[in-house]
Write a new protein. Structure first.
Length: 261
């Protein structure tokens, strides 16, 4: 990625941030929704589920909720990209000497900045209801970085879908499907408590890797007594988003170049 591409991406990032400054309701509602989920699941299921390996459910749940919130970025990014395409904004940008990666880069950078604020609010809310970090400061910072690393990969998936499938029906489908994909993981319950085949799928869900890695780094209960998530969670939490980025960044650039074809 060249310096010129980064400069183009930054200009478009500022554009999206100024739009949110004028109309702040979308990010504010997104943060409020995440806090609501945190409180609902934290108090509804707190103390009601036994974990393999022991430990309290609330400290197990919170890193999973942080991870689930990072997953929810896909539909908002997809919707913004689709809207810009329908309104002709993308076509105007394509008429300018801007890199094919620069436009989606600007959108993902703006969304990622919003995600930093969202994650900070969620963590503050978790601390307020009793969640604690028992690991080192360095490990906690690494956990936060892995959460944002997953978010970045999810945002690029959303960019590609917004460029390649430009319809309201597709956006609604993604909004619906993101829930079962998030639930088919270790966010709420340990895969060891699921039927064998379901636990296998949950264990290899990229979301599960990030949630397990964050639990390990925060010093929270792992909810597992063995397997790949107990032994290689941090490595998988880095590898899965890296794979998604390697696939969807080039696909997004190609879809952007082929918009008028």
């Amino acid at each position: 990625m060249t310096l010129q591409t980064l400069r183009h991406g930054w200009v478009l990032t500022v554009r999206d941030l100024k739009h949110w400054q004028r109309e702040p309701w979308a990010p504010v509602i997104g943060i409020a929704f995440s806090v609501m989920l945190l409180l609902v699941f934290g108090y509804l299921f707190g103390g009601a589920i036994d974990l393999p390996g022991g430990g309290g459910y609330l400290p197990y749940l919170l890193p999973g909720m942080f991870t689930l919130t990072m997953l929810f970025g896909i539909e908002s990014t997809m919707g913004a990209i689709t809207e810009d395409t329908k309104r002709g904004i993308t076509d105007r940008l394509r008429s300018m000497p801007i890199s094919a990666v620069g436009v989606p880069l600007g959108r993902t950078a703006a969304d990622l900045m919003n995600s930093v604020v969202q994650l900070a609010v969620l963590m503050a809310g978790g601390l307020a209801i009793g969640w604690r970090v028992d690991g080192s400061i360095g490990s906690a910072l690494l956990a936060a970085a892995l959460l944002l690393w997953l978010r970045l990969a999810v945002l690029w998936v959303g960019v590609y879908l917004g460029l390649a499938i430009r319809s309201e029906g597709a956006l609604i489908a993604v909004q619906v499907l993101v829930w079962p994909f998030g639930f088919l993981s270790n966010i709420f319950v340990a895969p060891e408590t699921m039927p064998g085949w379901l636990g296998f799928l949950a264990g290899w869900n990229p979301v599960s890797a990030t949630a397990a890695a964050c639990r390990e780094l925060f010093g929270n209960p792992l909810g597992t007594t063995g397997g790949v998530l107990a032994e290689h969670a941090v490595a998988l939490a880095f590898a899965w988003p890296a794979l998604l980025l390697a696939v969807f960044v080039p696909l997004s650039a190609r879809a952007y170049r082929n918009l008028s074809r």
